[in-house]
Design a protein. Structure first.
Length: 233
């Protein structure tokens, strides 16, 4: 998960970044955030952002031209317009803007926009796995993953309907997963918060009835992250 803030006024960029940092602290998350003072610089970046907070009135390239160019590059980023010019809200919708926030930005509205963007992104992300029964590669949505378990050099991913082999180790899978609903709770287990039915200090019971062990060193961190997830779900 990566966020970009694009605004030609440094004071507004700093304020948005401060609120994003506060959001991450309150939600128990770590989301890298980059800043740009012009739309052309954002477009020239090689980084793929998941959420973009975009000002409309900028010097060289305005927000509408920027989002238009992003869509032409097939960017699926959730673009949140942040502007004093409320009249551009309808134009921004033509390019699939996710939200429109009026300056000065209300903290709760920003939090809601990020929460909803993360939820939608989590349902859109996909990974490639190996179907061991039919010996072919298939694509599955991240949201369908209940948990993943390390086994030698491979990782086995369990969904509601099947189990699949991922061609690398659990650490590599953890890096590839893009949504914020997953946590490594043990050296052998990675679980999806969306599929947790209950938990105690020794483990979690998942939606399919399976149980995954929580290491002692991870329990406090897991408990904090999971309770933050429940609050925003």
């Amino acid at each position: 998960m990566k966020i970009a803030v694009c605004d030609d006024e440094k004071v507004f960029r700093n304020e948005l970044i401060r609120m994003i940092d506060q959001y991450c602290t309150e939600r128990g998350q770590v989301i890298p955030t980059d800043e740009y003072d012009d739309g052309s610089k954002l477009l020239n970046s090689t980084i793929s952002y998941d959420i973009i907070l975009l000002d409309h009135q900028m010097g060289y390239l305005n927000g509408l031209d920027t989002i238009k160019a992003l869509r032409e590059k097939n960017s699926s980023a959730k673009v949140v317009f942040v502007s004093s010019y409320s009249e551009v809200v309808f134009d921004s919708m033509k390019y699939n803007a996710f939200r429109f926030l009026v300056k000065p930005v209300d903290k709760e509205k920003l939090y809601e926009a990020i929460d909803e963007a993360i939820k939608e992104l989590g349902s859109e992300y996909k990974i490639v796995v190996r179907d061991t029964e039919y010996n072919k590669s298939i694509v599955i949505p991240e949201k369908d993953i209940i948990y993943a378990q390390a086994e030698n050099v491979y990782t086995y991913i369990t969904t509601e309907n099947a189990s699949y082999r991922y061609s690398s180790n659990l650490s590599h899978l953890e890096e590839e997963l893009r949504s914020d609903f997953f946590m490594r709770i043990h050296r052998s287990y990675l679980v999806n918060f969306n599929h947790i039915a209950s938990f105690d200090k020794t483990g979690v019971v998942l939606s399919n009835g399976h149980r995954a062990v929580i290491s002692r060193a991870k329990f406090k961190e897991f408990s904090n992250y999971y309770m933050n997830y429940v609050k925003r779900a």
